[in-house]
Design a protein around this ligand. Structure first.
Ligand code: ADP
Ligand code: MG
Length: 490
C-alpha cells in the first residue's frame, strides 16, 4: 500500500516530542480505504528505556508525587478542557483511524474529557484512615502512589482507553509510560503534544508507540516499572501476567468477554430488540463488553429472532466519517480476517439469520456484514470465544435457571444484561450472574463514576469510579507511639 505521507509521528519522552530513530516503522491505516495515513515508530529498546527512566526520575526526583492534589486536579481539568476544545479534530482522527462511526467517536471524546474531569475532582478526595489499635498510639493508613505505571491499551476506544489509564494514575500521583495499540496511536499522540501546555511536567507522562511483542513486552518486563495496567485480549493478558511475575509488579487486567444479553418474555419487546442489536453491533462489535450471546426465552424466541433480523437489515454500513453511518469497517486486516473466520465457523455451527459474510457494496475497506446466528448451542465456538466483531449468537432457553446456567457457563465474566419487567426475577438474576457488570433493561451504558472490570478470565482489578484510583495507590501503615516510656521488655 502506498504511503500517502511519509511523515513519522513523534513520541512523547521526558516532555519532548521525540522523533524515533528506530529502523522499524509501523504503518497506520485508514480501514475504510486500506491506505496508510502515516507511520509511527516501533520504538527501540533504548527509547522505551528512556521513557521509563524519565517516568522514574519524575516520580523519584521530579516531585510529581509531592505536588498538591489540588495542583494535580487542576492539570487534569486543563487536559479535559483541551480535549473538549479539540473534540472535533480528535473525533475525526479517531474515526478515520479506527473505522468507528464519527458520531460514536464524538461521544468517545466527550467521555475522555469527562474522565479527566472526574479524576481531577477525585484527586483531592484521596484520604487515609485512623485505625483503632488497642494501645496509646495513633495508627494511620496513608494512601501513596504506586510509582511508575506501564499502561498498555487496545485499539477499539483509543483515546478513551488512554484517558481511563492516564487520568486515575495522574490523580494518584503516579507517573506513566503509555503504549497505544499499534493500529490506532494517533489520538494519543495528538494528546501527547498538548500535555506540557496543560501543566504536565516532563517525564510524568511518556507515550511510546510500538508493537506489543516488542515495546509492550519490554515495558512489562522492565524492573523500573511498578505496575502494569492492561486492556486487551485474554491471550495477551496471560502473557503479561507471567512476565510481570518476574518482578512482582502490580497488575490489573481488563480482558475479553462473551457477555450474555438475556431476554425474558415479559420484557418490553421493542426496547429488547433495540438493546439486543445495540449490545452487539455498536462500534462494529469491537467492544470488550459486547452482548455477543443473546439468550432468549423460548416462548418469544422465533418472534425475537425475526424482529432482530428485520431491524438489523436497516443498519447502515458506510464510511466512518459519514454522519449517517451506524457501522464502519473493522479496524484492521487482521481483525477483518479473524471475524471472517468466525463467520465461517458460525455457518458450520448454527443457522444464519442475517449476514455471515462481507457486504457486496464496498470495493475496499474492512467491512463485514452485521451477522446474527441463531439456534446456537452454548458449547459452540461462536458462543465461547470472543470474536470482537459484529457477530451475535442467539441461544434459546426455557426457564430462569437455564438462563443462569447458560449465562455463567463461560470462561469470561465481564458484563451481562437482563431484560424483564418482573423486578423479583431481574434482581434474582443480578445476584446469580457471575460478572463484573450487570445491566438491567439496558446494555452498554458506561460511566466514569461506576466501577468497570471483570470476573473470571475477563481479568481483575477495577477501572473507573473510586475503585479505579485505588489500583494506583499503595497503603502505608503508620504507627505513632504516644507513650513516653521505654518499651520495658529487657
Ligand atoms: P488484539 O489481538 O486485538 O490486537 P491485543 O491484546 O493483542 O489485542 O492488543 C492489546 C494491546 O496489547 C496492544 O497495545 C498491543 O500492542 C499490546 N500487546 C500485544 N502483545 C503484547 C505483549 N506480548 N506484551 C505487551 N503488550 C502486548
Ligand atoms: Mg494482538
Amino acid at each position: 500500500m502506498p504511503v500517502t505521507q511519509s511523515k513519522l509521528e513523534p513520541m512523547l519522552i521526558d516532555g519532548e516530542l521525540t522523533e524515533s530513530t528506530s529502523a522499524s516503522r509501523i504503518p497506520v491505516y485508514d480501514p475504510s480505504t486500506e491506505e496508510v495515513i502515516v507511520e509511527v515508530a516501533d520504538a527501540s529498546t533504548a527509547e522505551v528505556d528512556a521513557a521509563i527512566a524519565a517516568a522514574r526520575r519524575a516520580f523519584d526526583e521530579g516531585g510529581w508525587p509531592q505536588t498538591t492534589a489540588q495542583e494535580r486536579g487542576r492539570i487534569l481539568f486543563r487536559i479535559a478542557d483541551k480535549i473538549r476544545a479539540e473534540a472535533a479534530v480528535l473525533a475525526e482522527l479517531e474515526s478515520r483511524n479506527s473505522g468507528k462511526p464519527i458520531v460514536e467517536a464524538e461521544f468517545d471524546m466527550a467521555d475522555a474529557a469527562t474522565c479527566f474531569e472526574y479524576y481531577g475532582g477525585l484527586a483531592t478526595k484521596i484520604s487515609g484512615t485512623v485505625n483503632p489499635v488497642p494501645d496509646n498510639a495513633l495508627s494511620l493508613s496513608m494512601k501513596e502512589p504506586v510509582g511508575v505505571a506501564g499502561q498498555i491499551i487496545p485499539w477499539n476506544y483509543p483515546l478513551l482507553m488512554a484517558a481511563w489509564k492516564l487520568a486515575p494514575a495522574l490523580a494518584a500521583g503516579c507517573t506513566c509510560v503509555l503504549k497505544p495499540a499499534e493500529q490506532t496511536p494517533l489520538t494519543a499522540l495528538k494528546l501527547a503534544g498538548w500535555l506540557g501546555k496543560c501543566g504536565v511536567p516532563p517525564g510524568v507522562v511518556n507515550i511510546v508507540t510500538g508493537l506489543g511483542e516488542t515495546a509492550g513486552a519490554h515495558i512489562v518486563a522492565h524492573p523500573q516499572v511498578d505496575k502494569i495496567a492492561f486492556t486487551g485480549s485474554a491471550a495477551v493478558g496471560k502473557i503479561i501476567m507471567k512476565s510481570a511475575a518476574d518482578t512482582l509488579k502490580r497488575v490489573t487486567l481488563e480482558l475479553g468477554g462473551k457477555s450474555p444479553n438475556i431476554f425474558f418474555a415479559d420484557a418490553d419487546f421493542e426496547a429488547a430488540i433495540d438493546g439486543a442489536l445495540f449490545g452487539v453491533f455498536i462500534n462494529q462489535g469491537e467492544v470488550c463488553s459486547a452482548g455477543s450471546r443473546i439468550l432468549v426465552e423460548r416462548s418469544i424466541y422465533p418472534k425475537f429472532v425475526d424482529a432482530m433480523t428485520e431491524k438489523a437489515r436497516a443498519i447502515k454500513l458506510g464510511p466512518p466519517l459519514d454522519r449517517a453511518t451506524k457501522m464502519g469497517p473493522l479496524v484492521s486486516r487482521e481483525q477483518f480476517e479473524r471475524v471472517r473466520q468466525y463467520q465461517a465457523i458460525g455457518r458450520s455451527e448454527a443457522k444464519v439469520a442475517i449476514g455471515g459474510g462481507q457486504p457486496k457494496s464496498f470495493a475496499r475497506g474492512y467491512y463485514v456484514e452485521p451477522t446474527i446466528f441463531y439456534d446456537v448451542d452454548n458449547s459452540a465456538r461462536i458462543a465461547r470465544e470472543e470474536i470482537f466483531g459484529p457477530v451475535a449468537a442467539v441461544i434459546p432457553f426455557d426457564k430462569e435457571s437455564d438462563a443462569v446456567r447458560i449465562a455463567n457457563d463461560s470462561p469470561f465474566g465481564l458484563a451481562a444484561a437482563v431484560w424483564s419487567r418482573d423486578i423479583y426475577r431481574a434482581l434474582r438474576m443480578v445476584r446469580a450472574i457471575r460478572a463484573g457488570i450487570v445491566w438491567v433493561n439496558h446494555m452498554q451504558p458506561t460511566y466514569v463514576e461506576a466501577p468497570w472490570g471483570g470476573y473470571k478470565q475477563s481479568g481483575f482489578g477495577r477501572e473507573l469510579g473510586v475503585h479505579g484510583i485505588d489500583e494506583y495507590l499503595e497503603t502505608k501503615q503508620v504507627h505513632i507511639n504516644l507513650n513516653e516510656q521505654p518499651i520495658g521488655w529487657y
